[in-house]
Design a protein around this ligand. Sequence first.
Ligand code: IMP
Length: 452
Amino acid sequence: MDPENTTSVTVLGGQWGDEGKGKVVDLLSAGVHAVVRYNGGHNAGHTVKFADRHFALHLVPSGVIHPGVRCYMGAGMVVDPTALLAEIDDLEHRGVRFDHRLMLSGRAAIILPTHQALDGARERARGEGSIGTTGRGIGPTYQDLAQRRVLRAYLLKEPHRFAVEASMLMEAHNRELELLYRVEPVDVAGAAARLEAAAARLAPLVGEVGPPILEHVRRGDSLLFEGAQGIMLDLYQGTYPFVTSSSCLPGAAAVSCGVPVAVLGPSLAVMKGYVTRVGGGPFPTELSGETGNHLRDRGHEFGTTTGRPRRCGWFDAVAARYAARVAGLDGIALMKLDVLDDLEELRIAVEYRLPGGGTCSEPPDDPQVLATVEPVYETLPGWRSRTAGLLDEKDLPARAAEYIRFIEERVGAPIVLVSTGPRREETLTRGDTVLARRLAGLIAGGSVREQP
Ligand code: IMP
């Protein structure tokens, strides 16, 4: 195996999630042989729009929409069997043919209905300090994984054994729900019957994902590793404790799939031209007034998974530069530039002023300090003309081009792709780095790729 032969790319969120990864992965999937999702569960919501079709994917890698692309779900994922089946059924109903293209790692962790109940109960118990989780049972499942009692997907191949082991764990969860949180227990017998039926249907998807991924590498295939959530929601490097429960960083893809990091290729972080966040936690550049509402309305900033309105704010180059450092980013895909078209001026946070005096150029590790920093802004003039739908960098208004260059310089990573609208085709590529050339090749490959 020679990783140098691969044309892999790792695509991940560069902010607090919801950056538009679905569109980027979909765009690049047209030219790849396989897409690998490596973390999280159905807390994610990846939206893909093309022609008059609109898909919201939560678990299945976005590449599945392209016929012939193989899809893998890594061991670092947490999977609710019922949610996965519902998503597969919905996609099939809408004309997506799976043709044995989807494989789920036997080592992935299984979310049970009691994990979801615990997620809700623990959030309520946190009160003011609640994280604002998606309520899908993600945290309690990763907690059971670390506690070494979670059920893993290989059990789906033995539905009866799976139902028995799931019942035992659900009974233990029910005791916690009743005694600690004083909430109604989950009906274990009913849940176990549904899980057994789901297991029987999902069993053929389960396998060891490392060997087929390495086989792709040996053949010189193009692979796309797809991360969920975002760098600032990473369990280790994000704004802890207001984070998700998995690692979203590129290296997590290797851990999740059991493959060397060398096969992951360059990393591309997706970031919006502004920032959004759902749930609790510090957000230094948050806008509460008219401009925040404008961004929310114009950018349709409501959650794909929960429908919650997203908090909106100016582009935060302090967080983005930190993200570029901890993830070793090779490039950025800048999304939703067109949402900024009407603004008179734009602000970008370039430093944080600390409550006790002085400034810092990286987000502090202490959430109490991060919650009280004041962003130091640079102000740039708005372009007040239409970038929506532009396909060529040369057509960008001069001030929009200046905004892009400013971000790139402050963050320290090249912006290789700019999105000017929700549709697949409303995208332009720029620059001449290895990553930029690889992306241009993948996008172009899409138009010539043979559809079986
Ligand atoms: P959990 O992942 O459901 O436990 O939620 C933990 C935090 O991550 C909350 O602030 C969620 O809003 C956030 N989060 C989880 N998944 C996503 C996502 O796909 N997009 C944006 N935020 C997310």
